[in-house]
Design a protein around this ligand. Structure first.
Ligand SMILES: Nc1ncnc2c1ncn2[C@@H]1O[C@H](COP(=O)(O)OP(=O)(O)OP(=O)(O)O)[C@@H](O)[C@H]1O
Ligand SMILES: [Mg+2]
Length: 278
């Protein structure tokens, strides 16, 4: 089956810093993929490129097998892609509802709507309802996002992305500011979203969360895909090993007999770049 979203050989530098050095990624409909890697591995950069925030220096992006070039966030959104950015990307001075409906404002019905009047009550109600699904209770609809707690803000960003995503939701550390209960709700929501056919990419440093929800795991290291694992039976040692590079060393034995054993373990043709599939 053609993947929903693919990235091949993505390169991105900021001045002298090579954030991505030929990164590959793929995603199918209705799966949760955990994208993991050490600090600075390039995860957020890859997400920004796949959600239209940044343009790659090189590489190809395909949606449903067709090459695309996201010139803007709006364009990625038109492909059904929504993102919870690591920095949340909320407008601090606006209310949660205004953030929710930024660029998607709901007009009043009838003549007032045709004159451009907004249906603020409907937008407030919808934003409140979506936030409450995540256990985020907003004391007032009319306060600016800047006055909310870190966890509430994170809830607003997650709820907003999930509300609008038709095909893919990227969540870059969506639970970093959340307590145990709210984290559990976000993980439940990820499963619900996946079951509705939308693919979810979860970026987190919490390996428990990864093991709890991921159907597949992609590991990024030094700006490239270092490994990928399918199934939940991957051990913590393997994940950490792939993130730090220790596993590569394990799988690069000095003699030929060892090399055979290693290729059995990776068992994927063309995995010379260290990519593994289980
Ligand atoms: N706007 C920028 N300007 C300069 N360097 C940047 C910029 N954005 C990212 N980088 C650099 O690119 C590299 C990859 O950063 P990125 O934020 O993608 O990593 P990450 O995997 O998301 O890390 P973390 O787990 O800490 O969030 C880092 O070395 C970072 O310093
Ligand atoms: Mg990041």
């Amino acid at each position: 089956m053609t993947p929903l979203l693919e990235a091949h050989g993505i390169e991105k530098s900021y001045g002298h810093v090579e954030a991505l050095r030929g990164a590959d990624f793929s995603l199918s409909a209705g799966e949760v993929v955990a994208l993991i890697g050490d600090n600075g591995a390039g995860k957020s950069t890859l997400v920004k490129i796949l959600s239209g925030v940044e343009a790659p220096d090189a590489g190809r992006i395909l949606v449903d097998g067709n090459p695309v070039r996201f010139e803007s966030v709006e364009q990625a959104r038109r492909s059904g892609i929504e993102t919870v950015h690591q920095d949340l990307a909320l407008c601090a001075d606006l209310t949660p509802a205004a953030n929710f409906f930024l660029g998607r404002e709901v007009l009043r019905s009838g003549l007032l709507g045709r004159l451009g009047f907004l249906d603020n009550a409907a937008m407030r109600a919808r934003a409140r309802q979506e936030c409450e699904r995540l256990g985020v209770r907003l004391k007032s609809d009319s306060v600016a996002v800047s006055t909310l707690s870190g966890g509430q803000r994170q809830g607003v960003a997650v709820a907003r992305a999930v509300t609008w995503a038709r095909r893919v939701v990227f969540m870059d550390e969506p639970t970093a500011a959340l307590g145990v209960v709210q984290t559990g709700r976000v993980l439940d929501l990820i499963r619900t979203v996946r079951d509705s056919g939308v693919a979810v990419v979860l970026i987190t440093h919490n390996m428990q969360d990864v093991k709890a929800v991921a159907d597949r795991i992609e590991v990024l290291r030094l700006g490239r895909r270092a490994a990928r694992f399918s199934g939940a039976d991957v051990s913590m040692e393997e994940l950490v090993g792939a993130m730090t590079g220790a596993l590569e060393a394990d799988l690069a034995p000095p003699d030929a007999a060892g090399a055979d054993a290693a290729s059995e373990k990776t068992s994927e043709p063309g995995s010379a770049d260290g990519e593994q599939k289980r």
